[in-house]
Design a protein. Structure first.
Length: 167
């Protein structure tokens, strides 16, 4: 059995959330010696709606190209920042950035990596739980001061380890 993998499913609109809780999440994943596979996706519908406007400066095609490239660059920057954080923590991290449906891309990554869990950043956990084969792990915003964080600290590690051993 190889090293377990946890997918970080990131919707680009929540990139600031990644900055606020990713250090805690990486530390949490490090506790049971797992790798991280980051999937940062800009929602295709949002990009499409932003591209529809036409004005005197850009045509629709030019605007679409400009917005698409900007979203991909920003998503790649989020993945690179997460990789750097993981490198400092001693956790192996790989990932992809792109445009699409965040839930579908995350569920595809879970299947491809045979992940033992998925951590959503900006993606509704209920939608992700319906599409993914792995358990959805919720990370608290207030990292150490709440009862919720104590529950999250203890329960998912056990469930992830048992899920990894059952495969």
């Amino acid at each position: 059995m190889g090293t377990p993998t946890v997918v970080f499913a990131i919707d680009l609109k929540a990139y600031d959330t990644v900055n606020s809780i990713s250090k805690y999440a990486v530390d949490w994943v490090k506790r049971f010696r797992a790798d991280i596979y980051a999937v940062c996706v800009a929602n295709r519908k949002t990009v499409k709606n932003a591209c529809l406007a036409d004005d005197e400066f850009f045509t629709v095609h030019e605007r679409k190209k400009f917005i698409t490239e900007g979203c991909i660059e920003r998503a790649q920057a989020v993945v690179d920042a997460l990789r750097e954080l993981c490198r400092k923590q001693g956790v192996r991290c790989t990932g992809i950035a792109g445009i699409g449906d965040p839930v579908l891309e995350a569920s595809k990554a879970v299947r491809e990596t045979n992940a033992v869990g998925v951590v959503p950043f900006g993606i509704p956990a209920s939608r992700l739980a319906k599409k993914c084969d792995a358990p959805v792990i919720l990370m608290p915003y207030n990292t150490r001061s709440s009862l919720y964080s104590m529950i999250i600290d203890r329960m998912p590690v056990k469930s992830l380890l048992s899920a990894a051993l059952l495969r």
